[in-house]
Structures are given as structure tokens and as C-alpha cells.
Ligand binder design. Sequence first.
Ligand SMILES: Nc1ncnc2c1ncn2[C@@H]1O[C@H](COP(=O)(O)OP(=O)(O)OP(=O)(O)O)[C@@H](O)[C@H]1O
Ligand SMILES: [Mg+2]
Length: 312
Amino acid sequence: MVFISQKVRNALMKGVDSAIIERILMETSEERMTKNIIEMADVSFRYTEENPDLILDNVNLSIEKGEWVTIIGPNGSGKSTLTKTMNGLILPSDGKIVIDGTEMTEENLWSVRRKIGMVFQNPENQFVGATVEDDVAFGLENIGMARDEMKTRVKDALLRVDMWDLADRQPANLSGGQKQRAAIAGIIASRPEIIVLDEATSMLDPLGRQIVFDTIKDIKQEDNLTIISITHDINEALESDRIVVMEKGKIVAVGTPEEIFAYGERLIDLGLEVPFSETLKTSLRDVGFPVPKEYLTDERMMEWLWIYNSKM
Ligand SMILES: Nc1ncnc2c1ncn2[C@@H]1O[C@H](COP(=O)(O)OP(=O)(O)OP(=O)(O)O)[C@@H](O)[C@H]1O
Ligand SMILES: [Mg+2]
């Protein structure tokens, strides 16, 4: 499909000179380039020639700068593989990936990769430094940053995740939530444009999850970061701007949380932990109650039940 902007359409209708139309076309494509921080076009991936199964099957996805995108899908559907292609940990077998206006190639992999920080599921495997401070400094040392600037950045990053008072601790002696916050500090110290969280809160207890989640929300807000998060947590998904649903290496749906939550019970097959309120709502709807269409938290479901009951 050819994309013709309103500006070009107006110009064509007025019979404007072709050179001017060409200029408008260039401006419009530049606008789109800067708006989308990630563009994936017809991306496919298979691990080996011997195993011809497509792990990613013709994926097309655009993500705007500053967006918070949740990726859901059953185990093995290709969520982690998809995010690994975004920072070049995996190179696609076919298709094109453009990060912040630059098409990723084997040659520019390292510079593109600096724009994306990744936090993984297991907090244990993400440390190399003897102390929290050393660990956060590690990535900056590797790019040859001057000592003074490095110290400032490390302190700033640890303050941002509320971990500065634990800077001298050994990473091994931290709680799971503290480990994930230290890992996030390591990433924000290198000032990325995009943070990818691959089930980063799934091994934490509810309080740890909340603290890490709030930390991410704050830094996203302050720095207009783009967040891509793979999660099974419905409350986390609810707060995002868009949800991408994957199945068998394909993107099968993209929508706002309200649109995707309208799938109801099918969300369980798609890898989300559906809360009790949503299950209750489906059962009530099945027997004819006029329950609201949108997703309700447990509290809002309670409120609705109270109001409905008081009107009967
Ligand atoms: N190194 C590898 N070699 C071959 N196949 C692999 C490799 N890593 C993953 N796969 C396969 O690729 C498919 C997609 O895996 P991926 O880890 O991307 O799924 P996922 O959606 O992240 O799953 P989960 O929810 O379990 O984390 C799976 O079928 C998996 O078995
Ligand atoms: Mg995964």
C-alpha cells in the first residue's frame, strides 16, 4: 500500500509542481522516520538451515519513540527472539530492522546496540562487578568513558533507581528486586533510547515487582524512553500504550489494552495471567448480566457489583 499524506493529497488536487510534491514527500518520510524508533519490515528468522521452522514469520512492527509496548504470547511463540533481533543479538534471516533511523547491519551492530538496553528474567545472571557500583560502571568502562564522568553517571543512575545507599554491596547479597533495579541502573547509566524488559519482574514477589515497575515508569517518563516489555502480568500490560500478541512466530494482534483485554478468557492461552475479576465478569456476562466491556481491576469490579446491586 502506498502511503500518501494529507499534505501530498492536497498538493496533488491543487496541481502543485512535482518538485514541491517531492519535497513534501521527503519531509513526510523524515517525520515518520523520527517518529518511529523501531521499524521491522518482513522480518523472518530460523535458527539453522537444517531446522527450517520459522521462529519469526514475516513480522512487521513499528514502535513510536516514547511508546510503552507489551508483548504477550504463549511459551515458545518467539517473544524473546523478536526482542533479540531488535538489538542485534540475533540477525534476521530475512527482512529489515531500522532503529532510530539507521538500518541495522552487521557493520553498525555495535553502535545501534548502544541505543537499546535489555533486562532479563533471571536477576542472578546479570552481574560482572564485585560491587553494585562497579557493576553499573562496567558498561561505561568498556566504552572508554573518562573516570569523572563515569562516577557522576553511576551515582546518578543508582540514585534514580533508589539504590545509591547500596552501592558498596556485593550484587550476590541483594534481594531479587534490588538486583533488577541494579541491572536497570547499569542500563540507564549508558543512556539508551529503548529499554527491553524480558519478563524482568517475573521472578520477583509482588512488592519487588511493584517497585521495579514503578522505577521503570518514572525513568520512562523523565527521559521519554521507549519501553518494550515481555510480561505475563496483566496489570503491567494494562498500563502500556499497546499490546502485541504473538503466536507461532507471527504477530496475530496489535491493539490498546482495552481492545486486547476484550479477548477475555482467550488471554490465558495467549500467556497472560487473567485475574479473578475478569473471569467473574465473563461468567456474569454469560448468564446475562450487563457487565462493562472494558477491563476492570478487582477494586473496580467490586465497585460495579455494589452499584449494580444497589440499583436492583
Ligand atoms: N538457540 C536455539 N536454537 C534453536 N531453537 C531455539 C533456540 N532458542 C529458542 N529456540 C526456539 O525458538 C522458539 C521461540 O523461542 P522464544 O524463546 O523466542 O519464545 P518465547 O515466546 O520467548 O517463550 P517463553 O515465553 O517461554 O520465554 C521456541 O520454539 C524455541 O524452542
Ligand atoms: Mg522468552
